[in-house]
Design a protein around this ligand. Structure first.
Ligand SMILES: Cc1cc2nc3c(=O)[nH]c(=O)nc-3n(C[C@H](O)[C@H](O)[C@H](O)COP(=O)(O)OP(=O)(O)OC[C@H]3O[C@@H](n4cnc5c(N)ncnc54)[C@H](O)[C@@H]3O)c2cc1C
Length: 309
């Protein structure tokens, strides 16, 4: 029998440390508890929201007038070179344990906060790796049909920071199987250390955020791509230009509204300097979007998910 909590502050459940309360809140440890929670929401005509690690999320200051279901299903199994994780397993644990078991393939994810479920849904990626490179199978609950189905890689429709799960709110990821390869523990650990070092050198430290705020846009104007390549010496991939470069060119590094600030270190990070409200973040994000649009004619789209707006 599940026990719901009431009026739980969501700022404690997000890496941004921003957001009002959830009217109802529950952590579910398995499918049965998840089904019970969904049933409660349905019978009481409540909206529900699936929460992972809250690391890609901006919650409104007034909170969420429904049921937040935090995924805490933490089944974990390594068999040969496959890793099967419950959606609530921290991605960091999947990275660490796979390397400790002599497997390779997940090291790119070192330092990405959040859960396995959140990473699969958003096709998380870094340093040339993406969830879609290693996902073999995803077990999914369809809340409309109340059935559980296995999605093979080809069913997941993974794209850059996108998947079939992101496009369909009724699909809840229960677990995922990653197909890794036999590797060398020491090499894997070294790779992780290098990646963490790189992250520390380019990302703001010690201030809450939700990671990259905008996805890197596809740019149709060849002049902008040319300018980016000339200035940085980097090559644009699939006509994308990094959002942080566009934001920096629009002279927005360090711009602050209330407690929300464009990081001086990484222009695609909005950081909470201590007492930022969701409204501060939204206002700053809209200034960024407007100024990038004015300067380049490019429409930035949020990577961060909004809740309760
Ligand atoms: C410092 C920092 C660095 C980051 N670096 C990176 C990076 O390098 N690369 C990158 O890709 N991301 C990065 N992120 C963003 C974030 O960590 C990832 O997007 C992460 O995968 C989100 O997972 P989560 O469990 O925290 O999801 P949450 O923030 O809890 O949720 C995000 C969305 O996923 C949905 N969701 C969560 N779990 C499930 C589930 N089981 N089933 C269905 N839907 C679900 C939620 O409803 C929500 O819409 C970074 C964030 C921070 C704070």
């Amino acid at each position: 029998m599940i026990k719901l909590e009431k009026n739980i502050s969501l700022s404690n459940y997000t890496t941004f440390r921003i957001g009002g309360p959830a009217k109802f809140f529950i952590e579910v440890k398995n499918e049965e508890e998840l089904l019970e929670a969904l049933d409660y929401a349905k019978k009481n005509n409540l909206d529900f929201f699936i929460l992972g690690g809250g690391s890609n999320l901006l919650v409104s200051d007034k909170g969420f007038d429904g049921l937040v279901i935090k995924m805490h299903n933490s089944s974990f199994l390594i068999h040969n070179s496959s890793l099967e994780c419950g959606a609530g397993v921290p991605l960091a644990k999947a990275v660490r344990e796979s390397v400790n078991s002599g497997l390779t393939g997940l090291e790119w994810a070192a330092g990405i906060p959040g859960t396995v479920g959140g990473a699969v849904r958003g096709n998380a990626g870094a340093f040339g790796g993406n969830a879609s490179d290693v996902v073999k199978k995803v077990s999914v609950l369809n809340t409309e049909e109340l059935g559980i189905k296995n999605y093979e890689l080809s069913d997941c429709n993974f794209k850059y920071r996108d998947s079939v799960f992101k496009q369909n709110k009724n699909l809840i990821i229960l677990s995922a199987v990653f197909k890794l390869q036999k590797g060398n523990k020491e090499e894997g650990r070294k790779k992780i250390q290098e990646i963490i070092k790189k992250r520390i050198s380019v990302q703001p430290q010690g201030m809450p955020s939700a990671g990259s705020f905008f996805v890197n846009p596809v740019v149709n104007n060849p002049k902008i791509i040319e300018e980016f390549e000339k200035e940085t010496g980097k090559k644009s991939k699939e006509s994308k230009v990094p959002a942080p470069w566009l934001i920096e060119q629009a002279d927005l590094k360090g711009r602050q509204i209330g407690g929300a600030k464009v990081s001086e270190k990484h222009a695609n990070y909005i950081v909470n300097t201590g007492n930022a409200t969701a409204e501060d973040v939204i206002m700053l994000a809209s200034i960024i979007k407007q100024q990038v649009r004015d300067k380049f004619g490019v429409e930035l789209k949020e990577e961060v998910q909004y809740l309760g707006f």
